[in-house]
Design a protein. Sequence first.
Length: 427
Amino acid sequence: MTIRSTGQSWALDIALAQGGFDALHPQAKGTLEQLGHDHTDFDKVFALVQSGAMLPKAWATVAGQAEERAAHHERGGFAQTAADLYVRAAVMWGRAQYSIFDAADPRKLAFREHANHCVERLGALRGNRVRRVVLDFEGGQIFGLLHLPAGEVTGAPAVILGPGMDMIKEDYIYAAERYYTSRGIVALSIEGPGQGETRAGGLTVDLTNYERAIGRYIDHLASLPEVDPARIGMFGISMSGYWGSRAAATDARLAALAAFEAVTGDFATIFERAQPTFKNNYMFMAGYTDEDAFDRDLVARMPLGDLVREITCPVLFGIGEFDELTELEQALANYELIRAPKEMRVYENEFHPLGGTAAEVFRLGAEWLARALNGEFREPGRDVRHYVHSDGRTTDGTADPTWWLGAVPTRITDARRAQNAERVARP
């Protein structure tokens, strides 16, 4: 626990009691629905929550109800109804285990066993089109879920679905089927170092091993007869937008990247100004209990900086205008440094979850990736920008908010100047 989180836990409890989950993540329900949470389950959970300590019990309680109902329908032969309920149960068991920051806690392990059981039953009911993936990686193991289209599939494009730091591989089951396998794309939802089962097995995240883990997942996908090794892309949200950017800069096999809510600025924003739970979680993921050591070893060295200049594949970035974890000026300055074919969308009045536009974002990301993996968006110098208004309009040609009145923050002009100088100096 960080000093700030210990001192401010009372504020978290008041926010949950008075405003529910929206007090912490405005409009996040829309995003969670894209991650397989039925809104009725969500409402049941937060009707039981008056403090942060109550979260594991609430998630586990409602998860157990969904799993019991799923088993009932499976016994009755209603396979699709049962499968849908197993998805709902799996993501809620995942939320329950996430809320406990002790990898060896027997309750965390029990919740994980229930999540695994739900996924196993889902796979059986879906004709083995949802499969666990366990890969050796740097002395440990990393875990994923492979999602296959129906029927015979050979040489298809594939997309790695990267979770945010407080997500797990099960969170993408719904999206994988809705947006990818339904259109013939193989999907692989992953857990990198520090996440889910990977963390439970003792593998923590450091400055560079997450992108190497993505490379290991690319190895696996490229070995499958169902996959075209030249058409492997990635969809990432939140921290996976960051990790995906690192992977795109260091592994040329990644053929396209769509990243939303990517944490691309300085990490003082996420670890010192945002809710203290973010720092708690990342310290757990990285295996730190000493906050000073965590700050010294990781925080100052995490920003992407000039690394994004090494990206060569087409990229799509999208961010809320008031993202709590990355200031818009930082996101746009980072975007200026990218030399690859690129596209940026800024969503007016949206926060980090992009909850008000979540369904649009998940569909757009999937459709953009499908086109990119089929060879589009590769023209040199491509730079497409949109400011997406909350009233339905879109300003094309710029991602700058209209209320800036054409004035550009210094951080962005400095990045443009640096990029122009680098372009002139490049042989």
